[in-house]
Design a protein. Structure first.
Ligand code: ATP
Length: 238
């Protein structure tokens, strides 16, 4: 079943249009990736899905319902959660306070304990550091906290904006392992990444965005695609 369906999306900042008729879809239970280089419009697309920006044209459907005119908090209630680039937890709040901030949807409020347990099972280090200020965490731990916070609303769709950015290679590896584990647990994932090598290894389906247009999409076989190899994987044509 298609969980998220983005149709002919056009988005602008004032007069400057940055997304031009992009269409993409996310199947329930999948890891779907939106890849492309700096400034292609990936973050803008995610922000529009979650209602932080309004589309100029196009439609967004989630679980069969049109959501592109809903306020952001209603979209989150529908089960979409976004992890911003860099995680951005509240630095002067403790780990546990940050996590509890994520449990604000109506459905999640009654099940905070259960969701917290799940986050701690996934990230034992957050349990150890539960009373520590978020600002004192390492980059990798901050990323875990950001993902944990998003999970506290028990989303059907988790959208991650460049979770590997700025992290050490070992931590990048762990982050991709977490994404795989979450997906095994049934969370559908939309992943925005510039780390295309890694992403193509975990994604069931990827959409390639270039200057606001989806120019290619496909499964793991995209790794063999001529354009992907030369433009994104730094490989010479064969
Ligand atoms: P990045 O990896 O740099 O985040 P991206 O693919 O996510 O790239 P976007 O952040 O969506 O790209 O940006 C797409 C274009 O929109 C860029 O040209 C960017 O400069 C522009 N842009 C982004 N945010 C704004 C804003 N708030 N106001 C004006 N222009 C913006």
């Amino acid at each position: 079943m298609t969980l998220l369906d983005v149709r002919n999306l056009a988005v602008a900042y004032g007069e400057v249009q940055v997304v031009w008729g992009a269409s993409l879809s996310v199947e329930e239970g999948s890891i779907t990736a939106l890849i492309g280089s700096n400034g292609a419009g990936k973050t803008t697309t995610l922000k529009t899905i979650v209602g932080l920006k309004r589309p100029r044209e196009g439609e967004i459907h989630f679980a069969g319902e049109r959501i592109d005119q809903l306020p952001s908090h209603r979209i989150v209630e529908h089960g979409i959660s976004m992890v911003l680039e860099g995680g951005r937890p509240f630095p002067h709040m403790s780990v546990i306070e940050n996590l509890l901030m994520g449990a604000y949807t109506r459905a999640a409020r009654g099940r905070t304990g259960e969701h917290l347990e799940r986050v701690f099972r996934l990230f034992p280090i957050l349990q150890e550091r539960r009373n520590q200020l978020a600002g004192t965490l390492s980059g990798g731990e901050r990323q875990m906290l950001a993902i944990g916070r998003a999970l506290m609303s028990d989303p059907k769709l988790l959208m991650l904006d460049e979770p590997s950015l700025g992290l050490a290679p070992k931590v990048v590896e762990q982050t991709f392992q977490v994404i795989l584990e979450l997906n095994r647990q049934g969370v559908t994932i939309l992943l925005v990444e510039q780390n295309i090598q890694h992403t193509l290894q975990v994604a069931h389906r990827s959409f390639v965005l270039e200057t606001g247009r989806v120019v290619l999409s496909g499964g793991p076989e995209l790794r063999e695609n001529e354009h992907v190899r030369t433009a994104y994987l730094g490989m010479a044509t064969r």
